[in-house]
Design a protein around this ligand. Structure first.
Ligand SMILES: Cc1cc2nc3c(=O)[nH]c(=O)nc-3n(C[C@H](O)[C@H](O)[C@H](O)COP(=O)(O)OP(=O)(O)OC[C@H]3O[C@@H](n4cnc5c(N)ncnc54)[C@H](O)[C@@H]3O)c2cc1C
Length: 374
């Protein structure tokens, strides 16, 4: 028996992959509806469609350009490989339906509390509809998001760092094929069109997120345009995190497998689910598999973020200016931001002025990067 805690994209996709192989799978979700409340923008690169077949029931929009704005308000438009905007409620439900069809059993309104080892099995407590029930399993997977109770119960939620992601869904008229991003020393902001009339507007703040969020929103909408608040936490990836202990595994945000520079984690959770399936079925080392498939890119995202933390406003301005050149745009339009190891070196080779930023190199971050990728 494999018990998965959390019916987000990572947990549902793993449930589907394992059930398809004939494994007995149970999924426990604390909410009564899958994919709600929504705490996500749902924008993913084209790499997503190489993992999941796109379906009109969860794809809300497809964008092909990004407008990047500097702190001084200079804008550049980048053509991109398609960026897909999904509705998280519909996408999570779609994956859960696939998993249930393959044989996985779902328990909603079922909150995992804690676990213990018992006679070479794992016993855990779940609050199902207000009643605490004891369950027994062979494998326990924590796919229960940033504040994973499974990670906490296994003693694996140590030294984690989090960022606040503040977002609203609001009435806002815009070109539905182009999303906007704004780079700032202290935050990363976005406006992502759901359609021509409605957008998801948010920031991830490194410092004073609420103040920056209020200022950022005012550039686009008024208070009365807000339809829904959709904020949440983003865990920061750290190569030192342990994501397995005995037969307890962590997946997705519970394992902090997110990009530290742009803060997405949907694709990384899905990829880790594929690796966890292999680890469970073929008895392979999960930590090593994840490190091999995702480690270098996640470490590079972390290194970039830590380097940018010491940028002045002028540095950010210069970075956006260099990146806005046609020769750089041409490279970026052929790659997905999930995999910076595939294009960063090329960019440095054709524009040596990027070496200016070596003055911002954080030796500690460089050390962690080298350790993380070796
Ligand atoms: C505002 C915001 C915007 C974002 N935008 C993007 C984006 O555009 N693109 C992108 O790729 N990523 C984005 N992210 C990150 C993305 O949302 C996560 O990386 C992704 O949701 C991780 O999926 P998951 O399945 O690992 O965890 P989650 O989606 O967090 O799912 C965890 C599930 O576990 C359940 N759960 C939690 N605790 C328990 C418990 N004790 N018992 C039972 N069930 C439990 C929860 O209810 C939830 O259903 C954003 C995050 C935020 C906060």
């Amino acid at each position: 028996m494999i018990s998965i805690i959390g019916a987000g994209p990572s947990g549902n996709y793993l449930a589907y992959l394992l059930a398809k192989e004939g494994k007995e799978v149970e999924v426990y979700e604390e909410h009564d509806v899958i994919g709600r409340p929504i705490q996500c923008t749902g924008i993913v690169t084209k790499a997503f469609s190489e993992i999941i077949e796109l379906q009109s029931d969860f794809v809300e929009n497809i964008t092909s350009r990004a407008e990047v704005t500097s702190p001084e308000g200079k804008s550049f438009v980048f053509p991109l490989r398609d960026n897909i905007v999904v509705c998280r409620h519909k996408f999570d439900s779609h994956l859960a339906k696939m998993a249930a069809k393959a044989g996985a059993k779902y328990y909603l309104k079922s909150r995992f509390l804690k676990h213990r080892e018992k006679d070479s099995k794992i016993e855990f407590d779940v609050n199902i509809n207000g009643e605490v029930v004891k369950k027994v399993t062979d494998v326990l997977v924590g796919a229960d998001g940033p504040h994973s109770r499974v990670a906490k119960s296994a003693g694996l939620l140590i030294g984690r760092r989090y960022l606040n992601a503040l977002q609203v869904k609001a009435k806002y008229k815009m070109d539905k094929e182009m999303f906007k991003v704004q780079f700032h020393r202290d935050y990363f902001g976005w406006v992502v069109p759901e359609n021509e009339e409605v957008a998801r507007i948010g920031i991830t703040g490194f410092r004073k997120p609420k103040e920056y969020f209020d200022d950022f929103m005012k550039q686009f909408i008024k208070e009365e345009d807000i339809l829904e608040f959709q904020s949440g936490l983003v865990p920061v990836y750290d190569p030192k995190n342990k994501i397995k202990k005995g037969n307890v595994y962590l997946l997705g945000d519970a394992a902090a497998l997110t990009k530290a520079s742009t803060h997405g984690g949907i694709i990384q959770g899905l990829i880790a689910a594929e690796e966890l399936k292999k680890a469970i079925i073929e008895g392979k080392d999960y930590q090593k598999l994840v490190r091999k498939r995702l480690g270098k890119d996640l470490c590079l995202h972390l290194f970039l973020r830590e380097t940018m933390e010491s940028f002045s406003d002028r540095d950010v301005e210069y970075l956006v200016k260099l990146t806005g050149q046609d020769k750089i745009k041409k490279i970026l339009s052929n790659f997905d931001r999930d995999y910076p190891t595939r294009f960063l070196l090329r960019i440095f080779m054709i524009e040596p002025r990027y070496f200016y930023f070596t003055k911002n190199l954080n030796i500690k971050a460089l050390g962690s990067f080298i350790k993380g990728v070796l």
